[in-house]
Design a protein around this ligand. Structure first.
Ligand SMILES: [Zn+2]
Length: 65
């Protein structure tokens, strides 16, 4: 018996990183809320955003009994 399973469509996930425009460090939600980088004290009213898109395509697989 052969059961075939196919992934339906493509799984896409994207991640947005908020970085300090001055020192490029990852910003915590708390720092963002305070509008100030804890590392360099830079104003975060206009933070740098890094968008990553991950496409995870699951290959079709088959189980053979
Ligand atoms: Zn900074």
């Amino acid at each position: 018996m052969v059961i075939e399973k196919q992934a339906i469509g493509d799984d896409c996930a994207h991640k947005v990183e908020i970085l300090c425009p001055n020192c490029d460090r990852d910003i915590d939600p708390q720092e963002l809320a305070a509008n100030k980088c804890n590392d360099c004290g830079h104003d975060l009213s206009d933070p740098k955003q890094n968008v990553e898109i991950h496409a995870t395509s699951v290959p079709a697989f088959a189980i053979t009994f």
